[in-house]
Design a protein around this ligand. Structure first.
Ligand code: ATP
Length: 411
């Protein structure tokens, strides 16, 4: 194995914020600890594609170091003692994650691991892939030294995603989602033996032991990726969604997803669209709004034909007003032209139309309170949407006409 530690790596030119990293190194040292930039940010720096994330690992006192950093930047620090991790949130709302280096052991496959403090080399053993099992020392005097016990730099150069050991997917099957996400995001291959192990894990049925929460977390991450379409294609090809959530693609799922992504939809809408293939929503940890939107998209078959035939604005309004905004956002990208035209008309022109008559006017016209109110107001709104009334006095005249003879209070 090549030397896992090497002299400062001059190729790393693209660190997130070098001054800040050196300062973290000094603060950690003052608190008696070595400190490292770890995982994704090191991978990305070596690839010359740094993002804003700063993940720090320290060998002792993560709580003291976190508090000292927060004080230095006028920020806030929240520490999770049980997980040995904390987050410093800076005034500009960016944050620095700080974790105590640790080992993780899996008592049961696919369960969450138990955690114990350990030196950085051992911390890297628990990582998912060699390209993520990298650390960059921040301690003054050793600043810039790369810790690479699993030849992650070689795999970065060879452009492969490789697990650290053969039990990796059994320990944590969410790594199958991550392997696909990283390989496609970075334009890497999943290394041949890793691919074999991944497929073996999928065939073994172990993915069904994952909690829905963990799978949905991975799907949220995938939904936020620019290459989400290719990632979902790979998930389907490898039967990952089927194996983990018993997920079944809806008819024409992929072409619709393609349109949604091409329309520049938010990650949240992409995530909801993925949810439409889930068999049941009762047991899955999504928000009520996400669930309602996914159900509305899934149930849209009932509305589609009527909408296609609808020509009056009031009919279009009646068919669409029950649908959540997120569902309309998805459908306006995934449906075919005549339906999309009507959804756009609704969103751009009809959804905000309001009438000036309300219940008070109906009461002053002597109408007895009851379900008739809703019916009459709806009819006035329909007339307004269809251009049959255009002014307040025409609305009032129509209200009078509709009220006449219908359930007026006897005086
Ligand atoms: P991104 O660029 O998407 O933020 P990342 O590499 O920073 O990706 P995170 O999900 O933020 O990934 O995780 C941080 C680090 O924690 C990873 O680089 C990896 O080393 C480790 N890690 C995360 N999830 C797992 C996992 N399921 N198994 C093992 N290691 C993991």
């Amino acid at each position: 194995m090549p030397d896992s530690r090497s002299s400062p790596d001059r190729r790393i030119l693209d660190l997130p914020d070098e001054q800040l990293l050196r300062l973290i190194g000094r603060i950690a040292r003052k608190n008696g600890s070595r400190s490292f930039l770890v995982g994704g940010p090191v991978r990305d720096a070596l690839l010359g594609r740094s993002g804003p994330d700063i993940d720090i690992a320290v060998e002792s006192s993560p709580d003291r170091i976190g508090r000292a950093l927060a004080r230095r930047f006028n920020g806030r620090f929240v520490y999770h003692r049980r997980f040995l991790t904390g987050t410093v949130t800076l005034a500009d709302r960016s944050h620095i994650d700080i974790a105590r280096t640790r080992t993780e052991t899996y008592r049961r496959p696919a369960a969450l691991p138990s955690v114990k403090p350990a030196p950085v080399e051992e911390d890297l053993v628990r990582r998912d892939f060699t390209i993520n099992a990298l650390a960059l020392e921040l301690t003054h005097g050793s600043y810039g030294v790369v810790v690479d016990p699993h030849s992650g730099r070689r795999d970065l150069a060879d452009r492969v995603v490789r697990v650290l050991h053969s039990r990796s997917f059994a320990d944590d099957p969410t790594r199958a989602f991550r392997a696909i996400r990283f390989a496609i995001r970075l334009g890497f291959e999943i290394e041949a033996e890793t691919l074999r192990l991944m497929r073996q894990a999928i065939r073994s049925g172990i993915l069904s032991r994952l909690s829905a929460e963990r799978v949905l977390y991975e799907l949220r991450l995938i939904s936020a990726e620019p290459l989400v379409l290719r990632m979902v294609e790979a998930l389907l090809r490898e039967k990952l969604l089927h194996a983990s959530l018993d997920w079944q693609p809806r008819p024409r799922f992929l072409p619709r997803l393609q349109r949604l992504v091409a329309a520049g939809a938010d990650p949240e809408l992409v995530f909801i669209f993925l949810m439409t293939g889930l068999p049941g929503f009762d047991r899955v940890p999504v928000t009520a709004a996400e669930r309602d939107a996914a159900l509305a998209v899934r149930g849209f078959g009932d509305v589609r034909e009527r909408l296609r035939r609808a020509s009056r604005p009031s009919t279009i309004h009646r068919l669409l007003r029950q649908l959540p905004t997120e569902a309309l956002g998805i459908l306006s990208a995934t449906e075919s032209d005549p339906v999309v035209d009507r959804i756009r008309l609704y969103l751009d022109r009809l959804a905000d139309v309001r009438i000036s008559v309300d219940g008070r006017q109906l009461r002053s016209l002597g109408l007895k309170p009851g379900p008739k109110y809703r019916e009459i107001l709806d009819r006035i709104l329909a007339a307004r949407l269809d251009g049959k009334v255009t002014t307040r006095s025409q609305e009032l005249a129509l209200a009078r006409e509709l009220t006449a003879g219908t359930g007026r209070k006897s005086r």
